[in-house]
Design a protein around this ligand. Structure first.
Ligand code: ACO
Length: 326
């Protein structure tokens, strides 16, 4: 069986920078509160019309360019997102068309902020079992299009953008070493956009009064996130027969610096081996992990042959981790 290596990675985030100070003019908050409670200093906010496929396609095209691969040679486009352009068609199809991957299949994976973990494993499994030779795996979200800008407990947390990895079969000792993927649907009530799906379609009377913006019970999600990060890291390391000492770089979902620090402490990992960019982008949903991987590589914190542990958690509830030989 071949391995499925990440041959290149790229990112695309919204151009407009929105600082904490700007939020002080919109809601009752302060730069001090946001930084102390979340670690976020600024985030990127998409313009109207800049959808998830917009950022996803830019990152996907760049990943292919970096790998020197012709879009027509791509076998599969997988897009992890919960803020797709439409309920259907899938956002992966829109990306497939934009990048000119004429011979590829395309589908979406909806696992919220753990989406890239799930999608990378799906691609890896399909490559390893010979179904496909390669895949472009996108993780992208544009959550600011769905926040309630008058709700200070959520509107300050999110940003827009994502990244894409080009994965292909290789005989080298690289690629996903182990993955865990977990869920607990009893926590579905804690993070949701209630209206717009088949239970509460916009046009039906029973949908009246239902919310079409993002709702999150922050405290519950915080407690879950700390547990989920530790749980998935332990399980994935155990599965691979490795320990935290073997991990070159810990690259977690970037939602809140306090959650990241708690997970690192729990694993006994010094912060020098933890990649953090939440201060620049806030929570970009499924986009957080590929953007962090891209920046870690660009800064020289992640090199070929290193062992990187990614971990994510989010609406579902879902959580999971990939151990990747870079
Ligand atoms: N500015 C000022 N005060 C605020 C703000 C704000 N932006 N937001 C909330 N507060 C207030 C609250 O109203 C509350 O006031 P009260 O005590 O008078 O009621 C007080 O601050 C404390 O609120 P808490 O909710 O207890 O604050 P906490 O320390 O838990 O931080 C936060 C809130 C940042 C949301 C935290 O709970 C968190 O990060 N949760 C996890 C979020 C997450 O990781 N989500 C990922 C999944 S998202 C997805 O999958 C799409």
């Amino acid at each position: 069986m071949p391995n499925a290596a990440i041959q290149s990675i790229a990112m695309s985030v919204a151009e407009r920078v929105m600082t904490n100070e700007e939020f002080e003019k919109i809601v009752e908050t302060s730069d001090e509160w946001i930084q102390t409670r979340t670690g976020i200093k600024e985030r990127r906010v998409a313009e109207p019309g800049q959808s998830s496929s917009y950022f996803g396609a830019i990152a996907a095209a760049d990943a292919l360019k970096r790998a020197g691969v012709n879009p027509e040679d791509v076998d599969m486009v997988i897009c992890a997102t919960v803020t797709g352009d439409h309920l259907f068609p899938g956002t992966a199809c829109l990306i497939q068309e934009r990048i000119g991957a004429k011979n590829a299949g395309a589908f979406d994976v909806g696992a919220a902020c753990a989406g890239f973990i799930y999608a990378a494993e799906v691609a890896s499994s399909m490559i390893r079992n010979g179904t496909i030779r390669n895949a472009v795996v996108v993780g992208v979200d544009t959550l600011t299009h769905f926040v309630d800008w008058s709700d200070r407990s959520t509107c300050v947390l999110f940003g827009d953008g994502g990244g894409a990895a080009y994965m292909e079969a290789t005989e080298e000792d690289r690629g996903i070493v182990a993955t865990v993927m977990l869920s607990d649907g009893s926590g579905a009530k804690h993070i949701k956009i209630e209206k717009g799906g088949s239970l509460y379609p916009p046009s039906r009377p029973q949908s009246e009064g239902k919310c079409s913006t993002l709702y999150m019970a922050g405290k519950e999600v915080f407690r879950f996130a700390v547990r989920a990060m530790a749980d998935s890291c332990h399980k994935v390391l155990e599965k691979a027969g490795l320990t935290a000492d073997d991990v070159t770089l810990f690259c977690p979902h970037q939602a809140n610096l306090r959650i990241i620090t708690a997970a690192a402490e729990h694993l006994g990992l010094p912060m020098e081996r933890v990649f953090v960019n939440v201060q620049k982008y806030g929570n970009m949903g499924a986009g957080s992990i590929p953007v962090a991987l891209y920046e870690a590589e660009a800064e020289g914190a992640l090199k070929k042959g290193d062992l990187v542990m990614t971990v994510g958690f989010g609406a579902g509830l879902v959580w999971g981790a990939n151990l990747i030989r870079w």
